[in-house]
Design a protein around this ligand. Structure first.
Ligand SMILES: Cc1cc2nc3c(=O)[nH]c(=O)nc-3n(C[C@H](O)[C@H](O)[C@H](O)COP(=O)(O)O)c2cc1C
Length: 419
């Protein structure tokens, strides 16, 4: 008789679920570049002063990967409008050093390819021994050119399709004999600038699950050909521990989260910026056409409503922060608008936010948030008594398939970047 229960299969099932520290309820660690993060959680870089050394070091101390955003990191420097390169590079140097003084954990830097001073900021991040560089808002086709022999900074492109992943791997390997330390796959529910056409944002074909699968499929033959593991990090709308488990079960090695980290005491934005998240309702989230030339997701307010109704604020471009922005046609200065919001002056600017920002109902510490995510992850396990719905999964283990956990845990092989 064909019985659904085969004791050795069930044993194998539990053995496969064991993570390195032997506690199978725990999140697996994330091996990325030369580093191992206790938790597979990366705090997304959030530009113009939202994620600086304060937030990044708190996340790194809590077991995740903290990321300092390079976009207008020097906004408070006196010479930012007269010598933007010097101001931003000086501020980035200072923030990386401050973060490294506060933590022994992993610190990355987020740099938008579209930034006018992208090259100088990359050089600064590498010189300051940032552990990782996350590069998005454009394809970082020549990023490895900045690495010199012995540099240990891992390079992580932020992409939105398998095609982009394959293209970058091909180019980086052909030209630089280097493969990415990981890929962040950012879906349409993310906050900030989005790598999609406006009509793709609500199209289920472009949901994060499909994009992650697409990237995993593209990477599989590349990984096999080079004998390496390139971790895939899911980003955009990842909100709780159950979301993290879902993406890890799919084969992702980690997640990147932005919105949740805004609503923490340690986030470097003004309290009023954070409170805007707590107060937000679902209908307050809107997609804007950013002067950068990409759609962006933000919290609706009078500033954005004025822009939408055609109000143009006269300004003289003070920062020249983004290559793709044309101040002559732009209805406002995005650098200034985001700086105002960061300082809590939301009448004169606006807050970027992810599609789940309306679910935020309180400000917590980074430590509390991480604990909540870890607990949520454990409770979403099929064997958790808190999750009776998923227990069915366990009882229905089929003789030849171990359910969604059949795949070897994605973190089991060490990552190797080739250089
Ligand atoms: C306020 C804010 C600012 C952001 N700024 C940047 C940025 O400067 N560069 C970047 O690559 N991504 C930026 N992002 C995207 C985040 O790094 C992250 O990938 C994304 O928000 C993940 O989606 P989630 O917010 O739903 O977690 C920003 C997001 C927010 C909410």
């Amino acid at each position: 008789m064909d019985t659904p229960y085969k004791p050795y299969k069930v044993m194998l099932f539990f053995l496969k679920l064991k993570t390195d520290d032997g506690v199978f309820m725990n999140m697996p660690e994330l091996k990325i570049g030369h580093h191992t993060s206790r938790l597979p959680i990366i705090q997304g870089g959030m530009g113009v002063g939202i994620s600086m050394s304060g937030l990044a070091s708190a996340v790194a101390n809590a077991g995740g990967i903290g990321v300092i955003a390079g976009a207008m990191v020097g906004i408070a420097e006196k010479d930012v409008s007269t010598d933007g390169v010097a101001a931003n590079c000086r501020a980035l140097t200072r923030e990386i050093r401050k973060a490294k003084e506060k933590t022994n954990g992993i610190i990355g830097v987020n740099l938008m390819v579209a930034l006018t001073h992208f090259a100088e900021l990359v050089k600064t991040a590498i010189a300051e021994k940032a552990d990782l560089i996350f590069a998005g808002a454009g394809l970082p086709m020549d990023l490895p050119a900045f690495l010199k022999k012995g540099d240990r900074t891992g390079l992580v492109p932020i992409i939105s399709s398998g095609r982009a992943a394959a293209l970058i791997c091909k180019r980086w390997f052909q030209r630089y004999h280097y493969l990415p330390a990981a890929f962040v796959v950012e879906g349409p529910k993310a906050g900030g600038h989005l790598g999609f056409k406006p009509d793709q944002l609500d199209n289920p074909t472009f949901c994060l699950e499909n994009l992650v699968q697409d990237v995993l499929d593209e990477l599989r033959p590349i990984e096999a050909a080079h004998g390496v593991r390139i971790p895939v990090i899911a980003a955009g709308g990842v909100y709780d521990g159950a979301d993290i488990r879902r993406f890890l079960e799919m084969g992702a090695s980690g997640v990147q989260m932005g919105t949740r980290f805004v609503a923490t005491y340690e986030c470097d934005a003004d309290e009023r910026f954070k409170q805007a998240y707590v107060d937000a309702q679902k209908e307050d989230l809107m997609v804007i056409k950013s002067p950068v030339g990409l759609p962006g997701r933000a919290l609706r307010n009078t500033f954005l409503e004025d822009v939408a109704s055609g109000v143009r604020r006269a300004f003289k471009c003070p920062y020249h922060c983004v290559k793709t922005c044309d101040p002559k046609t732009s209805p406002y200065c995005i650098g200034m608008a985001l700086a105002m919001a960061q300082q809590g002056k939301l009448k004169n600017g606006f807050a970027f936010a992810g599609a789940n920002a309306h679910r935020v109902d309180k400000i917590v510490s980074v430590k509390e948030l991480m604990k909540e995510l870890e607990t949520g992850y454990a409770m979403a396990a099929p064997w958790s008594h808190k999750n009776p719905a998923k227990q069915d999964l366990l009882l229905n283990v089929k003789p030849n398939a171990l359910g969604p956990f059949d795949a070897t845990p994605s973190n089991s092989t060490p990552v190797q970047a080739i250089i």
